[in-house]
Design a protein. Structure first.
Length: 153
């Protein structure tokens, strides 16, 4: 009976994160005698990015939220590194001893091209992750009031 109870909790978590399942090629497999499995499959590369056992609904929820967090970490790191390298390539042509407004106009235009390119490259993954996170956060309770102020407070 305890196992059936946990399976119903697992299914409730799966339903709670229904937007997640529609955004990613991921699913769960409920084991009849052994562990349950959570997976995220990458259609493009035809491999499992995540394939891991879990036992409880709480573990499943952490796996779901963890994969969303990992996606955002990846996007942040790759975009930051890529943008930094491309910005450096533009900066290398600056003549520091001689102010040239044309160079700064060119530099800003080039930076905007770089940002547009990087944002376009990551849009699909970011949009899917944001939609999933929005579903997760809509049920978060903040003690009667929403959070305020700086994120570092």
């Amino acid at each position: 009976m305890a196992e059936a109870d946990e399976v119903s909790k697992i299914m409730a978590v799966a339903e709670k994160y229904s937007d997640y399942w529609s955004e990613w090629h991921s699913d769960i497999a409920i084991g009849r005698k052994g562990p349950h499995f959570f997976y995220v499959y990458n259609d493009k590369y035809r491999n499992f990015e995540v394939f891991t056992p879990f036992e409880t609904a709480e573990e499943l929820e952490k796996l779901i939220i963890g994969t969303m967090a990992e996606n955002m970490e990846t996007i942040n790191a790759v975009v930051a590194e890529s943008v930094h390298m491309m910005f450096d390539e533009v900066d290398i042509n600056e003549n520091v001893g001689n102010y040239d407004p044309d160079f700064h106009i060119y530099k800003l235009l080039r930076q905007m091209e770089i940002m547009t390119g990087e944002l376009g490259r990551w849009t699909e993954m970011a949009a899917g992750t944001y939609r999933s996170l929005a579903n997760v956060c809509k049920d978060v309770k903040f003690g009667g009031k929403g959070p305020g102020g700086d994120a570092n407070e």
